[in-house]
Design a protein. Sequence first.
Length: 237
Amino acid sequence: MEKNLALLIDLQKADDEITRMEAVINAFPALMSQQDAALGKDRAAYEEYKKNLEAVNKARLGKEREVEEKKAAIVKSRMKLNEVKTNQEYHAAQQEIKNMEEAIGRLEDEQLEIMERLDGAKAEEKGFKEKVAAEEKEFAAFKAVKEKELAEVKAKAEAAHTRRKGIAAGVDPAVLSQYDRVFKVRERKAVAELKNGFCSACHQMVLPQLAVEVRTGARLHTCPHCNRFLYALPDPK
């Protein structure tokens, strides 16, 4: 086999490995984002729960203030009963006190309802915390495994780059330049096997004479359709 062709085949193999490794490396951030997004839904649900809990608690405090304000108003109104001068004013003051007492009763009922909601919400909090904590732990373990795998892939990619550099150094510069050009425009595939008279990359048939010459491997040939370097494996015996 022609020397450059043998090197080009090895160069393509190294580039194929680099391509695979780079795909894994480039996919890593998206993989982490996807996993984190899944966890983020539970975090968001927990934050929404806490926001709702805070709102309910504020409502409870508001009702408590209203009750205290009305109780204070009742005390003042009762103190003023001795100061009224007519029966009409007296009955009006008593009615006002009665209205405030009834309002207090309603507020206390609302307070009780809010307290029941708070008790139910607080019971859910433990479940939220446990779920988020468990998923964060699971994500941390997943991330640790994937980061270890990523480090291994990066090491392999670096080794493949080193191997490629060594192979490329032995290729004729003009041939290497042609390889690089085709590699860039042909989906990172500059070398293709000839199978049954067809280029395995573009799947186009080549002329029979060219197929014979490619099988001899005596010199470099390219596909007339896609310009990739062609090679043929020996026929199995």
